[in-house]
Structure formats: C-alpha cells, structure tokens
Design a protein around this ligand. Structure first.
Ligand SMILES: *Cc1c(COP(=O)(O)O)cnc(C)c1O
Length: 234
C-alpha cells in the first residue's frame, strides 16, 4: 500500500468503527484508534500525523527511540505495546507516554522506579492473557492482585487493561476472549479497554473495547526484517 492512501484508509476505518459503535449502541467518540507503526519507517509516522492520527503504538524500544528522535515536530501520543523488559524501563519511561503491556510485578516495579527517578507519573495498562496461544500477559486469575500492586506505586497510574485476541477464524472464540477481557477490566476498574486489532476490531467494539490497536489495515503488510535492513542502508 502506498503511503499517500493512508488518509483515506484511516478515514474509512474511522467511519467503519463509528458505524460498528452505533450498531452496538455505543458512542463513536468513546473508541480511540492507536495506529501501530512497528517495523514501519519514520515516514509512516509522519504520514499518520498528517492524516490526523493522534496515537501511535510501537513494540520495540530501540526501533521506537530511533524513530521518535526524528519526529520531534509531531504531537503524537506514544504507546508502548511490546514486551516490557526490566532493563529497558528507563528508555521506556523517557520515550513513551503510556505503557500498555505491564504483565507482571517486576515489570511494574522497574517502570515505577524509572518513572520516579524522572519525577514522572506514567500511565499504564495491565496486559492480561485471554488466549492460550499468547506468550505474554498476566493470567486472568492474577489480574486483580497485579492491579492492586500497580495502584500501590505512586509513580504509576493504572488506566486500564490491554489484551490480544486469539489468532483464529472462530469468531465465537474471539468474542469470548474479549468478553473475558472486558469483565477483567471491570473487576480492576479500568477506564481504558485496549483490545481489537486489524483482524478482530469488530468483535472488540461489540465487547466494549475503548481503544483499538490497528497496524496492517492502515499501513498494509509490515516490511520484513530483511527488507527493513536493506532500506536503512540507503
Ligand atoms: C502488531 C500489533 C498490533 C497491530 O496488529 P495488526 O494486525 O497489524 O493490526 C496490535 N497490538 C499489538 C500488541 C501488536 O503487537
């Protein structure tokens, strides 16, 4: 997909999300779209900003830091959606506005220490695992205890919950996973429910998601690592 079509694709997605929201009896404005730009070049983030996108999501700290350094002119809200490594906590706190993927106590503590050292209060979401095939995410039964621990950290602000749906064509299984995510969100008093990606945002809207994370539907298939390396050399 060419970058020039991003504005159109975003407008179309936004219109479809709004329509799905109305059908579900929900306020269209209550559903945010985070554009997932992992492995996309910095030009894609600039185009996103120009197309009216306000929020971007990245998975890899080093890649994100390098791209954000070239984006000083934009006012994008930056979400970290990748796996939190404790030794990257400082870099995460410096580079991102919100970390969506706090899935265990030591990740929460490392982020809390790093945020406190910077005199910041970092908004976070708990990542819960609602799909057996998913590698990361807090087990549902441990979500409330982790939420309590995060609330105990002065330098973290618990905004809500993030989940990744199962990769399956069984729409019922997807819907059940998102229903579980919503009920866990309610149990921890989540204001933000971040679930739904390119393939399953409709089920997510139906289940009550307030934040969709969409990459492929906006930017097209992600460049593979080898192609990325080739582009960065030019
Ligand atoms: C890559 C990724 C997305 C976006 O996935 P698409 O299928 O491209 O929309 C959303 N959330 C997370 C956590 C991701 O890693």
């Amino acid at each position: 997909m060419s970058g020039s079509g991003l504005r159109d694709r975003y407008a179309r997605l936004r219109a479809e999300v709004d329509e799905a929201a109305r059908k579900a009896g929900r306020e269209p404005g209550s559903i945010a779209v985070v554009a997932v730009t992992k492995t996309q070049p910095v030009a894609a983030l600039r185009e996103a900003f120009d197309a009216g996108i306000t929020d971007v999501g990245e998975n890899y700290v080093q890649e994100a830091v390098a791209k954000f350094a070239d984006l000083k002119e934009t006012r994008l809200r930056k979400h970290f959606i990748g796996h939190v490594q404790t030794n990257k906590a400082r870099a995460l706190v410096d580079a991102f506005d919100l970390v969506q993927s706090v899935d265990r106590l030591d990740a929460a503590r490392a982020l809390a220490r790093a945020a406190a050292a910077r005199g910041k209060r970092l908004p976070v979401l708990l990542q819960v695992n609602v799909s057996p095939a998913e590698r990361f995410g807090c087990p549902p039964a441990a979500a409330e205890a982790l939420a309590d621990a995060v609330r105990g950290e002065q330098s973290l602000e618990l905004e809500g919950l993030m989940a990744i749906g199962p990769q399956t064509s069984d729409r019922g299984e997807v819907a059940r996973a998102f229903d579980l995510a919503r009920s866990l969100g309610e149990a921890i008093g989540a204001r933000t429910l971040s679930f739904g990606m390119s393939a399953d945002w409709r089920e997510a809207v139906a289940a009550g998601s307030t934040m969709l994370r969409v990459g492929t539907s906006l930017f097209g298939p992600r460049p593979r690592k080898a192609e990325l390396a080739a582009t960065s050399k030019t």
